[in-house]
Design a protein around this ligand. Sequence first.
Ligand SMILES: [Zn+2]
Length: 276
Amino acid sequence: MYIGRHLSIKEGYASAAKAAYSGGINAFQYFPKNPRSLGLKAFDGREAERCAELCRQHDILTVAHSPYPTNLASEREDVRQRTVDSLLNDLDIANSCGSIGVVVHFGVYKGKEPLAGYQSIIQSLNEVTSRWNGNAKLLIEIQSGEHTFMGTTIEELAQIRGLCAEPAKLAFCLDTCHMFASGLWHGETDAEWLKKAVSLGVLEHVAVVHFNDSMFAAGARRDRHAALGSGHIGEEGLKWLMSVPALAGVPFILETPSDEDGTYERQLNLMREWGT
Ligand SMILES: [Zn+2]
């Protein structure tokens, strides 16, 4: 299985790839640029290409994560436009690094007409895909429901992708903490949501799993990631998810606090154990 965690790129993209294989993981996520800004980054294409090469050599799968202010659904046209430009920049970097794609949250809409929020998402996605022809995809992440009503269901993922002009450029990111927080999942095995993801054609397009435990109870709508084994989801459900055949080649990536010793070894070992 492909197992890993979020890594820093402060020493460069290729250094993150080196840190991955020297740390014994074969998947990682990174911020392609400053995570707190939609500002565009002029990056070193050759350095990014070295990252891609190292990942090919060592069979490492990677995904980029878009900056926090990225908002496909924004009711503010300036934010939406800057989101589109920023995502094209993220895709460019991710593609050069040989990554599967760029994780982007479903979106947060604060306006008065919920439907307009969904329309904004579709418009933003269409604007990005019409200007993008690389291999890296946009990976739409399911949400926890903490800041928005949007993007917490399998149906919404299916609909958004289905209504876009170029669905082949879009895939999905599942986040175990978000699905638990929203109440979509209570940590049970053979979960109903998975059956729905199969029947609505979502599961076959899941490209990455954010593998996080949850500090709060199911349905609490609190997006607080906990270290594996110290949250409310429980081992049984997390272990089951790792055994879903359709997810066998999909990277499972931790976005959790480190273990007591400051490393992630205990959590990574749990994943290795669960994934075999
Ligand atoms: Zn996540």
